[in-house]
Design a protein around this ligand. Structure first.
Ligand SMILES: Cc1cc2nc3c(=O)[nH]c(=O)nc-3n(C[C@H](O)[C@H](O)[C@H](O)COP(=O)(O)OP(=O)(O)OC[C@H]3O[C@@H](n4cnc5c(N)ncnc54)[C@H](O)[C@@H]3O)c2cc1C
Length: 433
């Protein structure tokens, strides 16, 4: 690794770090990207999709050369009860602009990092940053196991735990309610079997969100994604809720995989990967201070994840880009003070990162308070309604509907049902207001 002074050191070679580095290199700045893994992506756990429009701002037309798996053209939503399910599906027009792709992050990050190196980024893999070097309260570099390296600005893209941001007081210890544990398996299946089961043409794919069933009574959501010749399946659950459960995450995942609606999709597949990772899900209220003298934080380190929409990579790339643009301005002015870097916060505040997280701030608070209704009672009741609607027997339909309503009143009380409707109304208003 070169031990001369560089303009910017970026810690962490994930989506945020690579994006920040490449934008800096394109502007002719000397940038060092430091990653603890053997290569970018080697430490990454990911279940899902990257978003084409924001990704293309960094890697134009990436789908032509990048190692993407499938272009997602169908989004399925499963509400599970014990053994039944209600399913809704949204299909995108195949001719429309690219929206999202499933990727394998080990392959994607490696490709993106190689691209960054071709554009001039100095890359240091297998290098764990142990501490930040400070002088008069300003961050002036990093300390690895072997050496210290100096730069005018350090960008922290070291992911959800960001020990480095904590070490300089930019972040506090993450609260269990602000973080989800995600467990995921990759199940290998022949390509044609996946295409048959999900009714896919060519290399198009499906993304599924799963609510309730084995995930009932938790702030949790499941997912299932089609890759070219494998399926990623898993769920994310609030660490706070997990602490109160007697079941281990992998036991819950086994139950999800065995659910009669899910099992046929993965039947006969070979488990090739199992992993677990934290996802920052505190949303708007958990966004920390984003800068200090000589330093900025981006991506998961800055808690930029929109958990309801499964968006993290796009917010990571965008925040990396905005931090890099701020750094370019600061280098040109030769001003690395907190005041100058506060421009990054201004950019974030006028971007989709901040606006979207703010949009969900109130609705998510309401949702947390009405969790059992939203993620357990309502899905079970919807399944029950469709069971009544579709079942032909000798009982009059009117009696069945009456019983359905009577049961709901008995279970929740009139006031409870009105309260639940009011909660949905307030969530809706909270989003559009
Ligand atoms: C199971 C799962 C499913 C997900 N699904 C989706 C999805 O469908 N769509 C989506 O957009 N997002 C999804 N996300 C979220 C998404 O993965 C993250 O938001 C995104 O990866 C954040 O990028 P990042 O660069 O900030 O952090 P990371 O990708 O975590 O990268 C951080 C990097 O920093 C390195 N690092 C850490 N500490 C140090 C150190 N001290 N020194 C050197 N290097 C260090 C790590 O090795 C890592 O490479 C999912 C996450 C999980 C866990």
């Amino acid at each position: 690794m070169v031990n001369s002074k560089i303009d910017v050191i970026v810690v962490g070679g994930g989506c945020a770090g690579i994006s920040a580095s490449i934008v800096l290199a394109r502007a002719g700045k000397k940038v060092l990207l430091v990653e603890r893994g053997d290569f970018s992506g080697s430490k990454n756990v990911f279940g899902g999709t990257i978003y084409a429009r924001q990704t293309a701002e960094i890697f134009p037309k990436f789908w032509e050369t990048a190692p993407v798996e499938r272009e997602i053209k169908e989004h399925k939503f499963f509400l599970l009860s014990e053994n039944n399910s209600f399913e809704a599906s949204y299909k995108e027009d195949k001719e429309t602009e690219h929206n999202c792709y499933t990727v394998n992050r080990a392959k994607w990050d490696r490709w993106a990092c190689e691209k960054a190196q071709k554009e001039g980024v100095l890359f240091a893999p297998k290098t764990l940053v142990k501490a930040l070097v400070k002088q008069n309260n300003k961050v002036i570099g990093i300390e690895t196991e072997y050496e210290k390296y100096y730069a005018d600005i350090v960008i922290l893209a070291d992911g959800v735990n960001s020990l480095l941001a904590k070490s300089i007081g930019l972040r506090e210890e993450i609260k269990p309610s602000d973080v989800a544990l995600s467990v995921k398996e990759v199940i290998k299946l022949p390509r044609n079997v996946i295409e048959e089961r999900f009714h896919l043409e060519n290399s198009f794919g499906t993304a599924c969100r799963i609510i309730s069933g084995p995930l009932k009574n938790m702030f949790a959501m499941g997912f299932m994604y089609t890759n070219l010749d494998s399926i990623s399946i898993g769920f994310g659950v609030s660490v706070k809720d997990l602490k109160n459960r007697d079941k281990k995450p992998y036991e819950i995942l086994e139950e999800l995989k065995a659910h009669p609606t899910i099992a046929p999709y993965i039947k006969g597949g070979e488990l090739v990967e199992y992993n677990a990772h934290l996802i920052p899900e505190g949303g708007f209220k958990a966004i920390p201070k984003l800068y200090s003298d000589g330093v900025m934080i981006v991506g998961d380190a800055a808690m930029f994840v929109n958990s309801l929409h499964f968006e993290g990579t796009n917010l990571a790339m965008l925040s990396g880009k905005l931090a890099a643009e701020t750094a370019i301005g600061a280098i040109d002015k030769k001003d690395f003070s907190a005041l100058c870097l506060s421009e990054y916060e201004r950019k974030i505040k006028s971007s989709i990162v901040y606006k979207d997280l703010k949009t969900y701030s109130k609705p998510m608070k309401i949702a947390e308070k009405n969790l059992e209704f939203l993620l357990t009672y309502a899905p079970y009741k919807i399944c029950k309604f469709f069971e009544i609607f579709t079942t032909a027997d000798n009982r009059p339909k009117r009696n069945k509907y009456r019983k359905f309503i009577k049961d709901a009143i008995r279970e929740r009380g009139v006031f409870g049902l009105i309260k639940a409707m009011w909660c949905l109304f307030r969530m809706g208003i909270g989003i559009i207001k």
